[in-house]
Ligand binder design. Sequence first.
Ligand SMILES: [Fe+2]
Ligand SMILES: [Fe+2]
Length: 188
Amino acid sequence: MNPVDYQEMVRPFLSERRLHHSECVAKMARHLAERYAADPEKAFCAGMLHDVLKEQPKEEQLKMMDEFGIILTDEERSAPKLWHAVLGAAYLERRGGISDREILNAIRYHTTARADMSLLEKVLFVADFISDDREFEGVEELREAAEESLEKAVLLGCAMTVQDLAENHLTIHPDTIAAYNWSVLHAQ
Ligand SMILES: [Fe+2]
Ligand SMILES: [Fe+2]
């Protein structure tokens, strides 16, 4: 599939705004892949597809997870924002004809992150934070970190996520805590 096909694949599911976000993430992921010697085409594909089911209603997402045999943990059930990552990866594998494990895992872990992520997983995780459409306090710091060291950007992204969730008294997924700890121990 070429890049235009990926765009057409997600278009029916996404609002203009979310489609634009996906394009921005795809471009940023390709840039980071080129910078850190990951596969630019896989990075672009993962970026374009990563939020494919993000805008599906909660009930629809629960129904599809049921169909795919996805069983949520308590932390996952309490955090609907995480659902589209695990569900999106399962959908793309079973219905979207995507068989590349690296791309599927990058999508699967793009919201929670996890310990010891692959290069492509880190690329997508960071690209989703710093794509051109993103505006939030600290985004510039993250953009600068990403040009310097991918690991440092992962650490900053995890730290922001953990802080934000804790401040709002929301559950923190165990993979996110593991990603944070792993990053502290490995980021230079
Ligand atoms: Fe997402
Ligand atoms: Fe996203």
